[in-house]
Design a protein around this ligand. Structure first.
Ligand code: GAL
Length: 688
């Protein structure tokens, strides 16, 4: 049975119906026992079907070493079952208790400068501590065995948000030793490592794997090859740690699903890799908080009220594909939140809009965080669906509203989105570009988002996939900045093109070998397919230098990075205009076999990204809108139903006939949505 089948059968069998579900995160340990029943009754009234619990409760499960107490949670789970709902439990490993840290101080994390991370918040453990792995196995086995026969428990979340608060990469002695072993396994003998990294530079030759250290604090940059391997190693080790937990859980009950809650803009952990051990991926969605990751000068009122549409959509498409789909929202923002720089009240209806957004992208369950605002601890200023006194808050009404609509739309019966375009997201390229020796930061994820947003701007659905995905399922594939490139990936892309696919690849592709040394020319092993090489490049911190290109008779702007191309078999379709690079090739196109490849040698502005992407779609025969959607508007299609999302502060007009509309209206108000029967490209949307 495939993972999809398993997930679907768990969901439908578990709740006895096939509609999309609403869930909630609950912390019964924060409340007196005599409140549990009224809380759980109110959850059922709201239409909630899944209750997630336990992720930080280790000190309640094991108050003293070896003395377990799960009776309290069993009583809560029984109440949940009595009210016709299902329980999702979490392993409590994100918060090792005080007695455990005192007993084994070596499990604590160490920062790059040697500072030890003390007990007192969360995520203070090191993934490479063998002691912590043993303690993890012990507590997870104990909990799994105690709930294995409980029919209300349908699955588990492992740990909680691996790596949040900058905790994925640790620099302690355990990590140094484990890194040495990981390298020994990868390279076999130390001379192969020296050759792959190129260690004659600055006397960085290694004589043995025993002398390897985690890349700690140094006067200036670390060797880029050491860093890239360290980033691979840290991601691999978290994957192994997650696998340890998943294996224990499946051993106890093979019917359980196992998932993990990933995060926004978190690129230190390869989600595709971890996802291969999960039944489905989940992620945690806090749009008004995420939007505040933009520079303050770029944040709009709409960002603070509803968040950034494109950011959220991109992560839905990423995590839908991280474990072969579908996906869950394990934590959905319930109202105002405590952790961003400022605490804004979300727009009216925002908590319903966010749930619809996830569902349109293939989500099965939207679980709100948290049930009830908490009076103790670090998150007192974070709202819940209910207030601290138990009265309904804004999110409760929105969650009930969304639950009713999902039932009416029977979205759970609809197949997953089925895009004909894939975008390759490559964690290794991101890691290699984390440290750039020149110019402004070439942020891989932002560059990727530029291309992704251009596709979505034309109402085109996108699967975000790893470099080793099966491209044959797609008509067009976009590969922004595939910086680290080997022959295998290049050959697979070439086969896709020869077989009729339309490929777009962009600046900084194929600059580096897997060892993070330069290829003699970029785009490295893809040069033959592209039919051009990169002759020279420059980076742009400001508007001081000329950044204009001519493409298809129009002029456009670019920023951050520009390349001068040297075509061989490719046609030049875009040229630099002005300045020292005037007239030099910037964009090339080449037909190969039954398909074609476009190389875009600059970081395009929105208009240039739209122009190039539209041509790439046309070359692949992918249906798309004739003109781009208005800013902050996107359209998402799922099996015959299409959602129009307006994350803008003003209404927009569609040309939808009333008979096709199933939710909303032809005019989509600010911060609202319309759902219609039809395809994403059957529509025009204009600003009012
Ligand atoms: C998440 C985390 C939760 C809670 C929440 C607050 O990142 O998983 O435990 O802290 O943020 O918004």
């Amino acid at each position: 049975m495939g993972m999809n089948e398993k997930t679907e059968s768990v969901n439908t069998a578990a709740c006895g119906k096939t509609s999309m579900s609403i869930g909630v995160c609950y912390f019964p340990e924060h409340w007196p026992e005599d409140r549990w029943e009224s809380d759980i009754e109110a959850m059922a009234d709201c239409g909630i079907e899944y209750v997630r619990m336990g992720e930080f409760a280790w000190s309640r499960f094991e108050p003293e070493p070896g003395q377990y107490d799960t009776a309290w949670l069993e009583r809560v789970v029984d109440l949940i079952g009595d009210h016709g709902m299902k329980a999702v439990l979490c392993t409590p490993t994100a918060t090792p208790p005080k007695w455990l840290v005192d007993r084994y101080p070596e499990i604590r994390q160490t920062e790059r400068d040697g500072t030890v991370r003390e007990w007192g918040s969360r995520r203070h453990y090191c993934f490479n501590s063998e002691t912590y792995r043993q303690e993890t196995e012990r507590i997870v086995t104990e909990l799994a065995d105690r709930f294995a026969q409980n029919p209300t428990v349908v699955g588990w979340q492992t740990d909680n948000e691996y790596g949040v608060h900058g905790t994925l990469r640790c620099y302690c002695d355990n990590c140094s030793a484990a890194f040495g072993e990981w390298l020994r396994e990868k390279y076999g003998d130390v001379e192969t490592l020296n050759e792959t990294w190129g260690t004659d530079f600055w006397s960085q030759h290694h004589t043995s794997f025993d002398e390897i250290e985690a890349p700690g604090h140094t006067p200036t940059d670390h060797h880029p090859s050491r860093l890239l391997d360290y980033y691979r190693f840290t991601s691999d080790r978290v994957r192994d740690y997650n696998r340890l937990q998943a294996d224990v859980l499946r051993e106890a009950n093979e019917e359980w699903f196992v998932t993990h809650n990933f995060m926004f803009d978190f690129t230190e952990l390869d989600a595709f890799d971890v996802g291969s051990d999960l039944d489905f991926a989940s992620w945690d969605v806090y749009p008004t908080g995420f939007a505040q990751s933009k520079p303050e000068s770029e944040q709009t009122a709409a960002d603070l009220r509803i968040g950034d549409l494109a950011q959220t959509a991109l992560h839905h498409d990423l995590y839908r594909n991280a474990a072969d789909g579908p996906f869950w929202i394990m934590e959905q923002q319930p109202g105002s939140i405590n952790w961003p720089p400022t605490t804004s009240q979300p727009a009216e209806g925002a908590m319903r809009l966010w749930a619809h957004h996830a569902v349109a992208h293939g989500c099965d369950v939207v679980s709100y965080f948290r049930w009830r605002r908490c009076q103790q601890g670090q998150e007192q200023y974070h709202s819940g669906l209910r207030r601290a006194d138990g009265a309904p808050d804004r999110g409760y009404h929105d969650a009930a509203w969304a639950a009713d609509e999902f039932e009416e739309l029977a979205v759970g019966e609809r197949a997953q989105p089925d895009p004909s375009v894939a975008a390759v997201f490559d964690y290794e390229s991101h890691w290699a570009l984390e440290k750039v020796d020149m110019g402004p930061t070439f942020d891989y994820a932002s560059h990727f988002a530029t291309v992704y947003e251009a596709l979505r701007g034309r109402s085109v659905g996108v699967d975000i996939v790893p470099r080793d995905a099966d491209f044959r399922a797609y008509d067009a594939v976009v590969v922004p900045a595939l910086h680290v490139l080997d022959d295998e990936a290049a050959d697979r892309l070439a086969a896709f093109v020869r077989d009729g696919g339309s490929l777009l690849t962009t600046a900084r592709t194929g600059e580096k070998t897997p060892g993070n040394q330069l290829h003699p020319t970029a785009p490295g092993p893809l040069a033959d397919l592209v039919g051009a090489t990169v002759d020279n490049h420059e980076s742009h911190a400001t508007d001081t230098l000329e950044t204009t290109v001519e493409y298809d008779g129009d002029t456009f702007e670019y920023h951050t990075w520009g390349e001068w191309l040297s075509p061989d078999a490719a046609a030049v379709v875009g040229k630099h205009r002005g300045g020292v690079g005037d007239g030099r090739p910037a964009i090339t196109h080449r037909s190969v076999g039954d398909g074609s490849v476009t190389y875009l040698g600059v970081w395009p502005d929105e208009a240039l990204a739209d122009a190039v992407v539209t041509d790439v779609l046309a070359a692949g025969g992918v249906e798309h809108l004739d003109s781009p959607l208005p800013d902050r508007v996107q359209v998402a299609e799922r099996d015959g139903l299409t959602w129009v999302f307006n994350y803008g502060a003003h209404a927009v007009e569609t040309d939808l006939p009333a008979g096709d509309i199933v939710v909303g209206d032809a005019t989509v108000p600010a911060y609202d949505l319309t759902v219609f029967e039809g395809a994403a490209t059957d529509i025009t949307v204009e600003e009012s």
